[in-house]
Design a protein around this ligand. Structure first.
Ligand code: ADP
Ligand code: MG
Length: 725
């Protein structure tokens, strides 16, 4: 068998691909499908007594406390609905700090004592669960003897039925906490941060004359980038299979230089897949909307319509599992890793953020009238203050070993957090900062809320892809989050820094007004002060340029290049104070998240190191040795025949082969070293010893890929993986 048998078999497999049967019922309309498997408000209204429904609605829409008396009624209705949908089991779904989704399934059936069984689902079972927590990361929050963890229903995120060929399950989105209430998940802090942000946003709204503002929530619209590769190739790449990224692979002859993939026609097979995934998402009430090709070959994007942040976070997790599951049905693997292919664009998950309520709508929407403008500018200024004060924390909220391959490289926003406002808005804030500067058009003193501000753009005239935090007309787009991260992490940070900034703003304005300052004057003064103190965060230039690195340093903006630079922000004094004041994380919880971040970093780099060693030593090295032997034999034969051969071919393989051997030896000894006893020491060892050793093995292997005879090369190439779909 030749050395490339696995590759050739994979290619044959791709050729033999037969798409799965069409799952659509002819004549079905999207409207019929949307939310079909969701226990929606409409479904509740149909099935619940009026008073019960009203009570649940008050909890969902107005953040009222859930009345335990209504839980039983809701549970009964939910169970009936789910069983009609074929559900036999229910599951509390939660989001532990592994970053994945966890579910504990239970049957509805309870033995009745007489040999039969009854379907039971009490209110208490709906609202609370008790999964064993001992195998989830807690970063020292829990001793193993306190294995218990609690799940609690998030009433604001709808329950749904998940279908599978072998049976359906009622899924209930929940928080996950330890026995003493410490958050063990991503949802708990998200709900806490949302509540805090809302309280202070409402204070600001009252100052603007909205006597009884409706509950403010934060919205999140995630744009998800991903790669698709044929599963035959995926299975022939142990690195993709186990680490989610290729640890070997020379740059293909045709990269993405032609820019011919971006927004190009979607390949038929991929379109079929997209239609199927969207239908699944629709059934689950996930508003999938935009789909297109991305920059890199084999890369695509899906953007659901924005929703309140906790629902968007749940939906986003569900979207990823749905994409993975359906890709397999279509003979493909969906890759969410931030950098599956070196030298090819990575994948992000842009988090579009805004805040608002039912009566005011979106608070980041510039209005047409000066008064609305002033309110908008105040909320905008809150973002400016928050991002400037806590840029390091935002960076830390997206820190991971895999995202490090993206941030700071010239394709994703730099690790320096700055804000892009766009020309017009930047100009308005410039004038504000100069306090009473004359606006060019009106030639009057610019006092917010009195004189006419220019009508602000709702449609961004310009885009800046190099900015990590960009205003895009009615929202801010945080572009640093990685494609496989939960949006909950960044959203917790955004909500909390907004809570702090809005608290500050409300307090300042309340004090000024109480002291007799006219409101508009107070607003003008406050905006001016915020721009003086925090204007340094605004940068409209090219974030990829070297000049920006220098200028950002001069402005005092942190440049936290790697995860290990960024994570300590989580346990800084200012972070502790921020999260403590706004009731989002206790110091214990922050320490636990810091530890888990470090452990996760060391673990994932460790896996990559062991994989590199294994594939390098057992696939690449033997292929190169075979090639070297063939070449040497050939040279010998030529000499024996009296022909003086050109020995370059031998040198070409011998030199990188020697390098590969020595790099493998270095990697092996780096793996043998102990990383130290603390989590930080372990992570440092991964960063400083393992990562360079992995890179050195790869460098030698990639040279060999260009030298070794193709029929000996064992690993599917970039060309095959990226262009054969
Ligand atoms: P673009 O590629 O131009 O950034 P997309 O259409 O790909 O835009 O994605 C934009 C994302 O922003 C979508 O998820 C969309 O729902 C979301 N979005 C739009 N308006 C808001 C808003 N007010 N708040 C939060 N997200 C929003
Ligand atoms: Mg987009």
């Amino acid at each position: 068998m030749s050395g490339n048998a696995v590759r050739m078999q994979a290619i044959k497999g791709v050729e033999a691909y037969v798409p799965p049967a069409v799952s659509f019922t002819a004549g079905e309309t999207p409207g019929e499908v949307f939310g079909a498997n969701v226990f929606s408000k409409a479904e509740m209204q149909k099935r619940l007594p009026k008073s019960v429904y009203k009570s649940v609605l008050a909890t969902i829409d107005h953040a009222a406390l859930l009345d335990p008396l209504v839980a039983d009624a809701v549970a009964a209705a939910m169970k009936d609905w789910a069983m009609e949908k074929g559900a036999t089991h229910y599951a509390h779904v939660f989001y532990p700090l592994t970053g994945l989704t966890a579910e504990k399934h239970d049957s509805f059936l309870e033995p009745a004592g007489d040999g039969s069984a009854l379907a039971e689902f009490a209110g208490k079972t709906l609202t609370q669960g008790e999964p064993d927590a001992s195998s989830f990361p807690s970063g020292g929050l829990r001793n193993t003897f306190e294995a218990r963890g609690y799940t609690g229903w998030d009433v604001t995120s709808p329950a749904y039925v998940l279908e599978s060929p072998n049976g359906n399950t009622l899924c209930i989105p929940t928080v996950f906490v330890s026995m003493n209430g410490d958050a063990l998940d991503h949802k708990t802090p998200l709900l806490r941060s949302q509540q805090s942000m809302a309280r202070h946003a409402e204070r600001v709204l009252r100052l603007f004359g909205h006597a009884k503002p409706d509950a403010v929530v934060s919205f999140c619209g995630p744009e998800q980038e991903y790669f698709l590769v044929d599963r035959h190739f995926f299975l022939a790449r142990p690195d993709l299979l186990n680490a989610g990224r290729t640890l070997f692979g020379a740059k293909p002859p045709k990269g993405q230089e032609f820019d011919d993939h971006y927004f190009g026609a979607i390949p038929g097979r991929v379109l079929g897949y997209m239609l199927d995934t969207e239908r699944e998402l629709f059934k689950l009430g996930i508003p999938a909307k935009t789909r297109h090709n991305e920059v890199a070959p084999g890369q695509f994007e899906i953007a659901p319509v924005f929703e309140r942040a906790n629902v968007a976070a749940d939906h986003q997790q569900l979207l990823m599992t749905t994409f993975k599951r359906l890709a397999r049905q279509h003979g493909m693997e969906c890759l969410f890793h931030e950098k599956p292919f070196e030298g090819i664009n990575g994948s992000g998950k842009h988090v579009n953020f805004s805040l608002g309520n039912a009566t005011e709508g979106n608070l980041l929407l510039p209005g047409d009238t000066p008064h609305e403008n002033a309110q908008f500018l105040v909320f905008c200024a809150a973002v400016i203050r928050g991002v400037h004060k806590y840029g390091g924390l935002l960076r830390a909220s997206v820190a991971s070993a895999s995202n490090d391959h993206r941030l700071g490289a010239n394709e994703a926003p730099p690790a320096i957090i700055s804000i892009f406002l766009g020309d017009q808005l930047a100009d308005v804030f410039d004038q504000v900062a100069k306090g009473g500067a004359t606006s060019s058009k009106e030639k009057g003193t610019l006092i917010i809320g009195v004189d006419t501000l220019p009508v602000l753009p709702t449609d961004p005239g310009d885009r800046n892809r190099t900015s990590p935090f960009a205003f895009t007309g009615n929202r801010f787009e945080f572009r640093a989050p990685g494609s496989q991260q939960t949006v909950a992490g960044p959203m917790v940070t955004i909500n909390t820094i907004m809570a702090e900034a809005l608290d500050h703003i409300a307090t300042e304005l309340e004090t000024a007004v109480a002291a007799g300052t006219e409101f508009n004057v107070a607003v003008q003064k406050l905006l001016e002060k915020i721009m003086t103190d925090h204007g340094a965060i605004v940068f409209n230039g090219d974030g990829y340029s070297d000049d920006w690195q220098v200028e950002a340093a001069a402005r005092g903006l942190p440049n936290l290049r790697t995860t290990l630079d960024a994570l300590p922000e989580l346990v800084s004094e200012s972070a502790m104070e921020l999260f403590g004041t706004y009731g989002v994380f206790s110091e214990r919880e922050m320490h636990s998240r810091y530890e888990i971040g470090l452990e996760h970093y060391a673990l994932s780099v460790g896996v990559e190191a062991r994989l590199t060693l294994e594939v390098g030593a057992t696939s690449v090295l033997p292929a190169a040795v075979r090639h070297q032997t063939e070449v040497a034999l050939n040279l010998g034969a030529l000499r024996a025949a009296g022909v003086e051969p050109d020995a370059t071919a031998l040198e070409e393989v011998t030199a990188p082969l020697a390098e590969l051997r020595s790099a493998l030896a270095t990697l092996r000894s780096a793996l043998d070293e102990r990383g130290g006893s603390t989590a930080m020491e372990g992570a440092r060892h991964a960063q400083d010893a393992l990562l360079p050793a992995i890179a050195a093995v790869r460098a030698a292997a990639d040279v060999l890929e260009g030298v070794v005879a193709d029929d000996l090369w064992p690993l599917p190439t970039y060309q095959e993986m990226l262009y054969i779909l």
